[in-house]
Design a protein around this ligand. Structure first.
Ligand code: DSN
Length: 456
């Protein structure tokens, strides 16, 4: 693959190799990222990228889809079996399109919808102000409690007051186990569709490590590239309960995806998804999913010992959500210092955050990718120690005007900090140790596999 690319476009080939090196030599701790297998990557880069197939298996608007039909059917069968649902659409290009298709299928323009607030871990695609979904539907929100639980009281009173057409659960920030039955009870009371967006925990559900919403939700949406460890994309699933509420629901979802929102499906993605779904039904995947949760707990417990304040006071899934308030640093500063040390995470607003979403008070970490590399509890202790060293170091050094009320001063200070921290000797020492650890847990690499096959 990379061999022809080098001939055609050495500039891009070099950048791909650099990115591969970055992924190899850093601790990828963004909870929504992962490493796909070589098999998934091969399927993604296959001839299936060349085919047009608007429509669905057995009813396409283009000729030449005999094989594509077989592949898409396989992906659907595997997804149905894995998630125990009655209908699956594997064509959405992303989670945003998946949620938009659900809204389009179920709601009329202007209908009220209810979801977790963006600043409390919700997701843009469920009616947040900056998203197109808030222009077409009337969004209302519920939040989290200070302890990181769903604010059930608020959810129920908003549901009763506004009678939403859809109640969404899920988003980008939640460190506990979702009580899907409780969501369903409220949704049923007000006659709403209950849509479980399980994008983050899709892989944990597939492996039986997190309870499934299949008996509670009408519709389940998941992206396919997070804990599920497939290619980028999404699936919309209809449950038995969903079909009972509306026997036409599957049809409405399919029509909303195509021709409603999308044209040709990305067949290489669907092919790679079929592979990932096969992988996800195996024993190794179950072990991996169990270890994600063990690692997350181990890391969370250690961080608490280092006096990090965690939203939810720990982690019951793959995610750790830190309130950096007591460390006197913001998420932006910590995330850049971590990047300097080769630990890649992301800053995130915390419930009731007084800071802006771009410079929030929180930091979000996840264990899926490092678990895919084979890391376990012992390595989590090392990572917690490095994170603590970074936070303590940031307390000791002069951060200048970072956080100053004067925006210009703040921006200048941040610019200087970014340049400095990536070259800081103390931070680079941690980076060296991070790299030593990464070398002990190599990532499947297409380049390595080509080199190995040539050497054989
Ligand atoms: N952007 C994803 C996340 O990081 O949680 C959600 O789409």
């Amino acid at each position: 693959m990379i061999i022809s690319l080098k001939k055609t476009d050495s500039e891009i080939a070099k950048l791909i190799l650099k990115e591969e090196m970055r992924q190899q030599e850093s601790l990828i701790m963004i909870p929504s990222e992962n490493y796909t297998s070589l098999a998934v990557k091969e399927a993604l880069g296959s001839v299936l990228t060349d085919k047009y197939s608007e429509g669905y298996p057995g009813k396409r608007y283009y000729q030449g889809n005999e094989i594509v039909d077989q592949i898409e059917r396989l992906a659907i069968i595997r997804a149905k079996k894995l998630f125990k649902v009655v209908h699956v659409n594997v064509q959405p290009h992303s989670g945003c399109e998946g949620n938009l298709a659900i809204l389009f299928a179920v709601c009329e323009v202007g209908d009220p919808i209810l979801s977790q607030h963006l600043y409390m871990g919700g997701h843009l695609s469920m009616g947040q102000q900056a998203s197109v979904t808030s222009k077409y539907y009337k969004p209302y929100y519920y939040g989290l409690t200070k302890e990181g639980d769903i604010n059930w009281q608020e959810l129920e009173s908003q549901a009763k007051k506004y009678r939403p057409k859809i109640i969404f659960c899920g988003g980008t920030g939640f460190t506990k186990i979702f009580d899907f039955a409780k969501f369903a009870k409220i949704a049923d009371k007000v006659g709403a569709y209950f849509v479980a967006d399980v994008s983050h925990i899709g892989g944990l559900i597939a492996a039986g490590v997190h309870p499934s919403p299949k008996n509670h939700a009408h519709i389940i949406m998941t992206t396919t590239h997070k804990t599920l460890r497939g290619p980028r994309g999404a699936m919309i699933m209809v449950t038995k309960k969903g079909l009972k509420k509306d026997p036409e629901l599957s049809l409405k979802i399919d029509k909303a995806v195509f021709p409603g929102l999308q044209g040709g499906p990305h067949n290489n993605n669907i092919t790679a998804l079929a592979v990932a779904l096969k992988e996800a039904s195996g024993f190794d995947f179950q072990q991996y999913a169990k270890q994600i949760v063990k690692n997350s707990k181990a890391l969370a417990d250690k961080l608490i010992k280092y006096d990090f304040k965690l939203i939810g006071n720990g982690s019951k899934n793959h995610m750790i959500w830190i309130d950096l308030g007591n460390k006197n640093i913001d998420g932006w500063t910590m995330a850049w210092a971590c990047e300097g040390a080769g630990i890649i995470c992301n800053r995130q607003s915390i419930p009731f955050d007084k800071k802006s979403p771009y410079y929030p008070s929180g930091l979000r970490l996840g264990t899926p990718a490092i678990t895919t590399r084979g890391m376990k509890e012992k390595e989590m202790a090392l990572i917690a120690n490095w994170l603590n060293n970074i936070a303590e170091y940031l307390k000791r050094i002069d951060l200048g005007n970072i956080g100053a009320k004067d925006k210009e001063k703040d921006q200048l200070a941040r610019k200087k900090f970014k340049q400095r921290i990536l070259k800081d000797q103390y931070i680079l020492k941690i980076k060296e140790q991070v790299q030593i650890l990464c070398h002990k847990f190599p990532v499947n690499s297409i380049v390595n596999s080509i080199v190995n096959s040539i050497n054989k």
